[in-house]
Ligand binder design. Structure first.
Ligand code: BGC
Length: 419
């Protein structure tokens, strides 16, 4: 029986979680797996400089080299049925995951039917459980053959990517409606090509600048390729959107920093892909207070285990700003590293409160995907940050739903926030 809700979401709203291949599947061979092997010792050594004392104390795994090797990850590749049973038990009616390009095209131009079949089984497993699949085609990993040719910088990147997208959509298009081409292009531009902490670790503004257009072209080509083989497809890209505020309200320098941040992080990619999106997405994690020429971290705000400030209201402003594009919106990621699960329920409820307010004021939001179903491999940080509704014991691979798993379930059952 439905309990009384204080904020009812639209009928047919999609509720689910998101995962990605490299972070959950295990057993991948791609540019990241190769980079991990070369960098594991360094990353373990640098942890002492990178993280605060309280983090170092709570997560001593960060000093172990093993932490930085994705290895078998959650073994989701073999255990997807079991994991989808959990999602079903949580009441989810949608699920976002990614297809690993290096499995589908392990050698340039050679496609592996067996791996397509694997992902068909993944999709059918979702369909059997009445969960709508959202399929991401590129969640940051390149096949090694492509990386050897320059990866995303290769001038034919859009050709290679759209060929893979077309092949995959041809094979799986009957089973899939929602396609997400590229995950967070601006995160890769920033972390891999400007700050230089992710593979291929370049610090080059010019390359970063050019990649905006490259990714936009790759997205547009994939958009056309998918539509050419699958008439009913809905195609978009997964866009991380940030909340920015000036630290000093009257400082034009701080306001100028916000303007620059808004432009490069939030607007440029949307503008470049205009006309090639059937829906928009929001992936929301970051609230930034700009104090020129840097950012300020206020000590008195709630934070995640990664020390990222929790600022639920930010998602409301982001959704309001997307209204002018007049497209349906899916929140394809929003989540928290919270190993003891003490803040996650509140985090989800408060974000949904602001999402609901935006909907009431006209935002066309049609789904919410919490990041993530399972704890998983958090890229250069390894396994210690725990984002899952379901806890993983990495020794035994046992899955254990956290309290927040059931809180999210209750929200889904009520299609809104309980009173
Ligand atoms: C990415 C995920 C990542 C999450 C948490 C998102 O930007 O798409 O792969 O795990 O953030 O950092």
């Amino acid at each position: 029986m439905e309990t009384e809700t204080k904020s009812q979401f639209p009928k047919d709203f999609l509720w689910g979680t998101a995962t990605s291949a490299h972070q959950a599947e295990g057993g991948n061979f791609n540019n990241w797996s190769e980079w991990e092997k070369k960098n594991t010792e360094r990353l373990a050594k640098e942890a002492g400089k990178k993280w605060q004392d309280w983090q170092q104390k709570r997560f001593p795994e960060m000093f172990e080299a093993d932490n930085y090797i994705s290895g078998k990850a959650c073994d989701h590749y073999s255990r997807f049925e079991e994991d989808f049973n959990l999602a079903k038990e949580g009441g989810h009616n949608a699920h976002r995951f990614s297809i690993e390009w290096s499995r589908i095209e392990p050698e340039e131009g050679k496609f592996d039917e067996k791996e397509i079949e694997h992902y068909r089984q993944v999709i059918l497993a979702l369909r059997r459980r009445k969960m709508e699949p959202f399929v991401t085609l590129w969640h940051w990993t390149n096949p090694v053959w492509l990386e050897e040719k320059g990866g995303c910088e290769n001038k034919e990147f859009s050709f290679y990517f759209s060929r893979f997208a077309k092949y995959t959509a041809e094979k799986l298009g009957n089973e899939v409606k929602f396609w997400i081409t590229i995950n967070e292009p601006t995160s890769i531009i920033a972390a891999a090509y400007i700050i230089g902490i992710w593979p291929p670790q370049k610090k080059n503004l010019l390359i970063g600048w050019r990649l905006f257009k490259k990714f936009a072209k790759a997205h547009a080509e994939a958009y056309k390729a998918i539509h050419s083989v699958s008439k009913d497809a809905q195609v978009g890209f997964a866009n991380v959107l940030h909340s920015f505020v000036p630290y000093r309200k009257n400082s034009w320098l701080d306001k100028f920093s916000v303007f620059i941040g808004e432009y490069f992080a939030n607007k440029k990619m949307l503008n470049l892909t205009e006309g090639y999106n059937d829906f928009l997405t929001v992936q929301y994690y970051f609230h930034n207070r700009f104090k020129f020429p840097g950012k300020v971290h206020l000590g008195d705000k709630p934070v995640s285990d990664l020390n990222w400030e929790i600022y639920p209201e930010g998602i409301y402003h982001i959704l309001k700003r997307l209204k002018k594009y007049n497209l349906p919106v899916y929140i394809t990621e929003n989540g928290l590293a919270d190993s003891d699960d003490s803040k996650r329920e509140k985090f989800i409820k408060e974000h949904l409160f602001w999402v609901h307010k935006a909907i009431q004021e006209g935002a066309d939001v049609r789904g919410y995907f919490y990041w993530s179903l399972l704890d998983n491999f958090e890229w250069d940080k390894g396994f210690w940050p725990r984002f899952g509704l379901v806890e993983i014991d990495y020794k035994t691979l046992e899955r254990k739903p956290r309290k927040s798993f059931y809180a999210y379930k209750e929200i889904i059952e009520n299609n809104g926030l309980p009173r």
